[in-house]
Design a protein around this ligand. Structure first.
Ligand code: ATP
Length: 651
């Protein structure tokens, strides 16, 4: 790979201006990224790739961003490729003439269907050179595949895949197949691809910036445009809107160039962990704040559109309107007629209306019918009722409210809706502490919050949220901030919050658990290095049926042949898994570990952090693996552990 200064966008491109950019340009980029790990390297390689596209065929930038982030549409469009390994294998059989048992044997050796496909292609003798695939073509075929349904759709999908495969050159086959099975394995997430694109736009609009002195100043400018683009994406996560706007505006692009749009979910604001009311109070000394019940349900971002329709989105930005026809009705009945459009943040909780509107557990809510885009849940079929607890507003009647302090946003919220209707539509229960009372020394304040916390807990809530009301009290999309704190009851002494971790491997179970996997090796994520770092082995809290389900789930292409370079651990499990699931894990306390490498370098220079006595709490199905707990979450939780003095070093 070449540095930004040495790369020439035109000379190093493999096609000429005016022609559609070949898929080969992407495949070569992915190949380089696979060989050279690390976020800075990856950003540089992607940046150079985009510079050529910008110089020669800017219309290919948008499909290229989709392909490098392994997406075919925005999350809220709920468009999926829905292709299994067996379909890809069947297509491979036809395109390369390799039979299924040979493919299976190669897969057992290589552990990656992309590598298998590449080998099949390389050993195939071709009569004539294949015609070149373009980026646009690959992207449009993938979208075509995603909308294929009904009779004969499997055969039609297979044909589309075979045609693509027959045109593959060099390493295209490997990355095409990895794209089809949704595991590109080059670590190009949005947070790498967007900065790379932003930087390419900046460099292309001022190519002289790479030469001569002032490279330090350049670094700052590149960082600033990268941050603006990432922020804009968090507010309006639509590449279809962001990319053309960035290309049009060039270096003039800022995070406020685009505004929110009802029907496109903003990335939700997130909370930081604290280890109790005193710590929260300490962080808010002298500043007005509010405490709200922390409901144990499911986050719902609710949008009202100009046409009067109401749509609901999950924490991940997936549309879930089809699951909540009752919620849609509640919202329509609760908002005043003058309210044309809005985007509000809320928690949907299962509720027992016959029993004084008692709140029910998250499990009750999960037991509701799921529905789908093509099969809406009907109100008549609903067995578990819900109440919506609204706690924030980000957009109203065409106006973006993110920079308004929470106190003002709340007022907006209350002006837009009718009064609460118990058990249907309520505002998150709250108390306010004004700045003059916000002191650790105020016994009265401490007592007031403690009693509110007890009430929350007795009302089946997980604890409370503490939020700044006036100072730094804007809505920050996609960030865990210090102005939103969560306080949960100490589950066990010491560890006051759970972690959302990803199973990256497992051992074969013994005794009663023979035939299943146990224990599982769990990891957190380091977004800077894009690596998963092991935190602990977990072997308790699972039901037998869950073990059986996981044995079936982790099979085929989800088992990796060797430890991938982006897994950091000294552990050597019997099987390595591809990162697919997120589980909530809780334990007794944190300890410094020579084996586990979570948060390595943050608390100890060469050792990571582990959890003692971990146990499985539940699956977190609405969470992407890259959104699991991060190394800095683990580091922060270790630092805020109450019994840090007692920290032991595991051997
Ligand atoms: P995070 O969302 O911080 O990554 P998480 O999904 O595990 O972590 P928690 O740490 O339990 O969730 O806390 C944040 C979640 O609490 C929110 O995403 C939201 O669904 C829920 N919640 C319940 N009540 C409130 C409230 N009053 N204000 C904000 N969030 C609330």
């Amino acid at each position: 790979s070449l540095s930004l200064e040495r790369y020439s966008p035109v000379e190093h491109a493999c096609w000429n201006a005016g022609q559609p950019a070949p898929y080969l340009h992407l495949a070569r980029t992915f190949d380089l990224m696979e060989a050279e790990r690390g976020k800075t390297k990856a950003t540089g390689i992607l940046c150079n790739m985009f510079r050529s596209l910008l110089a020669l065929s800017p219309e290919d930038v948008l499909p290229a961003v989709y392909l490098c982030t392994n997406k075919i549409a925005a999350d809220h469009e709920n468009m999926e490729l829905n292709i299994g390994c067996s379909l890809v294998t069947a297509a491979l059989e036809e395109a390369c003439g390799t039979n299924k048992s040979k493919i299976r044997e190669m897969y057992n050796n290589l552990g990656d269907l992309g590598d298998v496909a590449q080998l099949c292609r390389q050993t195939q003798s071709l009569l004539a050179p294949p015609c070149a695939l373009s980026i646009q073509e690959v992207f449009s075929v993938l979208r075509k595949i995603s909308v294929e349904t009904g009779n004969g759709s499997t055969a039609r999908k297979k044909n589309l895949i075979v045609n693509l495969m027959r045109s593959c050159r060099e390493k295209e086959m490997k990355f095409l197949v990895r794209t089809l099975v949704r595991n590109l394995r080059i670590g190009a997430m949005m947070r790498t691809a967007l900065p790379a694109l932003a930087q390419s736009v900046f460099i292309n609009s001022s190519p002289d910036c790479l030469h001569g002195g002032g490279l330090e100043g350049l670094k700052e400018k590149l960082q600033s445009i990268s941050a603006a683009v990432v922020e804009a994406y968090n507010i309006l996560p639509s590449l279809d809107m962001l990319v053309p706007s960035l290309l049009r505006k060039g270096i003039e692009f800022s995070s406020t160039t685009l505004s929110m749009i009802p029907s496109i979910p903003i990335k939700p604001m997130l909370a930081r962990i604290t280890n109790g009311v005193p710590q929260a109070l300490k962080l808010f000394q002298g500043r007005a704040f509010t405490c709200e019940y922390k409901y144990d349900g499911q986050r719902a971002q609710i949008h009202k559109l100009v046409d009067g329709s109401v749509r609901v989105f999950s924490r991940n930005g997936d549309e879930t309107t089809f699951r909540f026809p009752d919620l849609v009705n509640i919202i329509k009945e609760s908002c005043k007629p003058a309210t044309r459009t809005f985007i509000v943040d809320a928690e949907v909780v299962a509720v027992d209306r016959k029993n004084g509107c008692k709140l029910m557990s998250f499990q009750e809510l999960s037991s509701r019918e799921k529905g789908s885009k093509s099969s809406f849940v009907t109100v008549a079929s609903i067995k578990v009722n819900i109440c919506v607890f609204v706690f924030d507003i980000m957009f109203a009647n065409g106006e973006q409210l993110l920079s308004f302090p929470l106190r003002r946003r709340r007022q907006y919220l209350k002006d837009l809706f009718f009064d609460e209707k118990l058990g249907y539509f309520e505002y998150a229960k709250e108390i306010t502490v004004e700045s003059e009372d916000a002191s650790l020394n105020s016994e009265a304040t401490l007592a007031k919050i403690n009693s509110f916390f007890e009430d929350a807990f007795n009302s089946s809530c997980e604890g409370i949220m503490v939020k700044s009301l006036d100072v730094d009290a804007g809505y920050v999309a996609s960030k865990h901030t210090d102005t939103w704190l969560k306080v949960k009851r100490d589950y066990m002494e010491g560890l006051n919050d759970s972690l959302d971790l990803v199973p990256i491997g497992a051992w074969h179970g013994n005794g009663r658990k023979a035939g299943w996997y146990s224990p599982f090796l769990m990891a957190c994520y380091n977004p800077d290095s894009e690596e998963f770092q092991s935190v602990c082995r977990v072997m308790s809290g699972f039901s037998d049926s869950f073990y059986a389900e996981m044995k079936e789930f982790f099979s085929g292409e989800k088992i990796l042949s060797s430890k991938p370079p982006y897994y950091q651990t000294v552990e050597v499990p019997d099987r390595w898994f591809s990162p697919e699931l997120v589980w909530e894990i809780r334990g007794a306390d944190f300890t410094i570990s020579p084996v586990h490498q979570a948060a390595i370098g943050l608390v100890h220079p060469s050792r990571g952090i582990s959890i003692r006595f971990p146990r499985f709490i539940r699956s977190v199905p609405d969470r992407n693996v890259e959104d699991c707990s991060t190394s800095s979450d683990v580091g922060n939780m270790f630092q805020s552990q109450t019994r840090k003095m007692d920290v032991r070093i595991e051997d």
